[in-house]
Design a protein around this ligand. Structure first.
Ligand code: AHR
Length: 515
């Protein structure tokens, strides 16, 4: 059709009050060039001694009326198991650099009560310590990521914790572990030396931290079968100097460098923006800010590539997620925030970015698992609800340990508002362990559905089957009165003339198997 005819048709459609059917976005999945494995640990969680992230949210103690196993809530553990949590980071965060592990072993009623100086100044009973944490991860079938205390601890204290955790000998510390109920060493998948050394972990420079790290790591002598992957605490936000300095100076003594980036709607820590009741400007700014993670991954990987071109070191994003203004009427030190459909899109957009960097990004931890920041689960006494973020994690389970498949997006439009502009569709694909190809699609536009045509060159796609997560409002969320307000629904389409076309609703996450 020539230009003139197209214009005449367009004008007559407009006159008839019709809406233009825009060209569909094309998604072409290339199964002939499989990429790296998407490490399941990209879907890791973070549980800090912070607010009711652990006490109340996860741990109620064995004598609680709330049904529990060894003190851990059965309802919460059951829900976490259903979302296949692969890894849990503990005990912090900022808390880790003031945590003394010996306070958390032995009879619980004899453990010292401390003050949680980072988070609300509340009493820390030390009821949850090393053995309790491992009970939790073992119940979840997850791996453990333990964060050591570089801030207020000593080399000796950290080295003794490693011995207590990992020694199979008859040493006094290994025998103390046995006396406390654990015969065989614990399996520690990752161990970090400090946290946010540029800030709450000691206000250091990367050079100073690198020297301290080298010294401490020398004395963390775990026996080979139990040796954790060692993590150097890295930078945050736009600062790539930590990735640069640490990958240069520590490459023989570390397995990876951490990185933190939080999504703040306004981009300003002083006034971050609300978790609910926000305008569309804060919808788009939140998603635009979260998409900056891609730039962060590129820049930090490039910094590491200079010293580690073979990519032996991992870039571990061990804190990420949304951070909003504290909810009115809650303790500002507890970092409790509501969790909406917007958070589910934030999670999905980050997954898509992490998949695209799976050659370097092999582990991440969303902050945090229960009741804190971008949580999976919110509890109130004996009640529990699943957040939209939980559903995004659960929908993406097939991507854990799947093989990344490149895809090409064509005709993707920009969703724009008041000078901000982001791609409308974000997509990722992988071949999972069940042999199937999975595709995840995010429509960032809160007002308009998007037509998408899915093809796999060399294969006749017959259908796509999976689920969609969406809702009527941008800030739709689950409450104890309506805990199922936001939840996934079935989503499928079959091929017509050898092509599968789907309509992705406005503000939605879709995950499908491509058959
Ligand atoms: O996740 C909350 C806090 O944010 C962590 O304790 C700290 O590492 C970061 O600043």
């Amino acid at each position: 059709m020539n230009y003139l005819k197209r214009s005449v048709l367009a004008l007559s459609l407009l006159a008839a009050g019709s809406v233009f059917a825009a060209e569909p976005v094309g998604v072409s999945i290339d199964t002939s060039k499989p990429g790296p494995v998407i490490n399941k640990d990209i879907y890791g969680q973070f549980a800090e001694h912070l607010g009711s992230g652990i006490y109340g949210g996860l741990w109620v103690g064995p004598n609680s009326k709330i049904p529990n196993t060894k003190g851990w809530r059965n309802d919460v553990v059951g829900a976490l198991k259903a979302m296949h949590v692969p890894l849990v980071r503990w005990p912090g965060g900022c808390f880790a650099d003031e945590y003394h592990w010996k306070d958390g072993i032995g009879a619980r009623d004899k453990r010292p009560v401390k003050v949680n100086t980072n988070w609300g100044g509340v009493e820390e009973s030390n009821a949850v310590g090393t053995h309790e944490f491992f009970d939790l991860v073992e119940m979840l079938g997850a791996d453990a990521y333990v964060n050591g205390n570089l801030g207020t601890g000593s080399v000796q204290e950290m080295s003794e914790w490693i011995e207590y955790l990992t020694s199979d000998s008859k040493s006094t510390l290994a025998n103390l572990r046995r006396k406390n109920g654990r015969d065989k060493p614990f399996k520690v998948a990752y161990f970090a030396i400090g946290n946010e050394a540029w800030g709450c972990g000691g206000n250091m420079t990367p050079e100073h931290y690198a020297s301290l790290y080298r010294n401490v790591e020398t004395f963390l002598r775990a026996p080979a079968p139990y040796r954790p992957r060692m993590i150097a605490s890295g930078g945050n936000d736009n600062d790539t100097s930590w990735s640069d300095v640490l990958s240069k100076q520590l490459k023989r003594q570390t397995d990876g460098i951490s990185f933190h980036y939080y999504t703040i709607p306004t981009g300003k820590w002083e006034v971050k923006g609300a978790a609910t009741g926000f305008a569309e400007q804060e919808w788009i700014s939140t998603l635009a800010n979260t998409l900056r993670m891609d730039e962060h991954m590129k820049r930090n990987s490039a910094a590491m590539d200079q010293h580690d071109p073979e990519k032996k070191l991992g870039l571990f994003v061990d804190e990420w997620g949304t951070w909003y203004d504290v909810e009115k009427g809650t303790n500002a030190g507890f970092l409790f925030q509501q969790n909406t459909l917007r958070d589910a899109l934030v999670a999905a957009l980050n997954f898509n970015i992490f998949h695209a960097h799976a050659d370097r990004v092999r582990m991440t931890n969303i902050a945090q698992m229960v009741n804190v920041l971008q949580a999976m689960i919110i509890t109130d006494k004996d009640k529990m609800l699943l957040t939209p973020t939980y559903h995004a994690f659960e929908m993406y389970v097939p991507f854990q340990n799947a093989t990344f498949l490149p895809l090409t997006l064509s005709n993707n439009r920009q969703y724009a508002l008041d000078g901000a502009s982001i791609p409308e569709i974000s997509a990722t694909a992988a071949r999972a362990s069940d042999g199937k190809v999975y595709l995840a699609l995010v429509n960032t536009n809160p007002r308009q559905a998007a037509d998408v045509a899915i093809t796999v060159p060399g294969q006749t796609v017959k259908a796509v089957r999976g689920r969609v997560l969406t809702a009527a409002a941008m800030d739709a969320h689950n409450t104890f009165a309506a805990p199922q307000a936001v939840k996934p629904a079935p989503f499928s389409a079959t091929a017509v003339d050898g092509k599968v076309s789907v309509q992705i609703p406005a503000k939605a996450v879709v995950v499908v198997a491509v058959e």
